[in-house]
Design a protein around this ligand. Structure first.
Ligand code: ZN
Length: 420
């Protein structure tokens, strides 16, 4: 028995050694596994922290995004509200546009109607204008006829005066015969009357004509002059300028023509500088006044009187060689110029002359068969108006009849003769 136990005892030792080695290995493995496990746990903890941090970040992001979302929702809400507003306005505008469109259509209709009315009025206006033109022509022709009749009356008056004078001359002759043949005797009342008339009347030859002329009008006295002329049924010749500052000036020019007086041209302004500086200025001065008078009265003057007379020396201050070209220009315009051979002297001073002086100047100057008497129709010539009745009566007494310078008689008084 012993023998067998000894080998058995060695084998057990070996097995124990092996077991120990295994145990050590196991322990080492256990330690390694534990270490790994601890490491893994620690490592997992760290990841969790990371995740937590990430989660936090994400939560923050979420909060931020939620806030942004709220803000965006607000904006959306505002925009929606604005959009609604705009939609309402758009609707309103559409409605307004429709209304305007309707109004425009209405207005277009009205414009069209007004145009039609305008056309119709234009037609009426044209027709009225034509009628007016016809009436004007008729008026003008009547004025001409009136003037021509007035001239005829004037001529007849002149003839009557001439016949009266011839009658007186014949009575003189009869009277003379009566004296040389006393045996015929028997003077009756009418013979006595004739004798009386003969003693108070000039026996100068017949055909004496006086032309009363009034320069520089119109004035505040024009109507007074016209009234006196009308009272004596005497026609005169006016050489006015254009006096638009005078009260009722237009009516006064018209009255001259309407009442059968002659109206001549004495230049538009009577300003020596404007009239005599140049031929163009002269022609313009004449034409302007003729146009005015024709517009107003329907009568265009054909006679002219130079301011200052054709022999005036004042023009030389402006142009030494103007009178002859001016005379030619007048002839080209179909006009004749007239000076005077009896000066009333009413313009001797700016205040005029006394009534008696004016009467005396005219009557003592009446020594020609044809007398052209210069007087003035201005606001400072009241004494001329006062003198006029005595002048007319005195000239009648001297055997004159009265004429107008447009009666066709050639201008007998021209200081400066036209050169051919
Ligand atoms: Zn004058």
């Amino acid at each position: 028995m012993e023998d067998i136990s000894r080998p058995k005892k060695g084998k057990t030792k070996k097995k124990l050694k092996l077991f120990r080695a295994l145990t050590v290995i196991l322990a080492i493995l256990l330690v390694a596994v534990s270490a790994y496990t601890v490491y893994s746990a620690v490592s997992a903890c760290s990841e969790i922290e990371d995740l937590k941090s990430q989660l936090n970040d994400m939560r923050n992001d979420l909060t931020t995004m939620t806030n942004e979302n709220v803000s965006l929702e607000n904006q959306v809400s505002q925009l929606t509200s604005k959009n609604d507003d705009l939609s309402r306005k758009y609707d309103q505008l559409n409605s307004d546009t429709a209304t305007f469109q309707a109004t425009i259509t209405d207005l277009q209709t009205q414009v069209s109607q007004l145009n039609t009315e305008k056309d119709s009025l234009q037609t009426e206006l044209d027709s009225v204008s034509k009628q007016l033109s016809t009436v004007k022509n008729t008026n003008s022709s009547l004025t001409d006829k009136n003037k021509s009749l007035s001239n005829q009356i004037s001529t007849l008056n002149s003839t009557v005066t001439t016949l009266k004078n011839e009658n007186k001359a014949l009575r003189d002759t009869i009277e003379g015969l009566g004296q040389t043949v006393p045996e015929e005797g028997g003077t009756d009342e009418s013979d006595d009357k004739l004798t009386e008339e003969n003693t108070s009347t000039s026996t100068e030859s017949s055909g004496k004509i006086a032309y009363l002329t009034f320069d520089d009008g119109v004035s505040k006295y024009t109507n007074d002059i016209l009234d006196i002329l009308a009272k004596y049924n005497v026609k005169a010749t006016f050489f006015p300028n254009w006096r638009s500052g005078i009260t009722d000036y237009q009516a006064k020019y018209k009255r001259m023509v309407d009442e059968g007086h002659a109206i001549g041209n004495h230049t538009y302004s009577h300003e020596y500088k404007d009239v005599y500086s140049s031929l163009d200025g002269f022609i313009s001065e004449v034409t302007k006044l003729n146009d005015k008078i024709e517009d107003l009265t329907g009568y265009r003057p054909t006679i002219f009187r130079f301011p200052g007379g054709s022999n005036n020396t004042v023009h030389k201050s402006y142009n030494t060689n103007i009178i002859q070209p001016a005379i030619s220009a007048l002839a080209d315009m179909g006009m004749e110029y007239y000076d005077w051979n009896v000066d009333s002297g009413d313009a001797a001073s700016s205040k005029g002359a006394s009534k008696d002086t004016i009467v005396k100047n005219v009557l003592s100057g009446a020594t020609y068969k044809k007398i052209v008497i210069l007087m003035h129709d201005t606001n400072t010539k009241g004494t001329t108006v006062q003198a006029l009745p005595e002048i007319i009566e005195g000239l009648i007494e001297k055997g004159y009849s009265f004429g107008v310078l447009t009666d066709g008689s050639a201008p007998v008084v021209q200081y400066v003769k036209p050169k051919n």
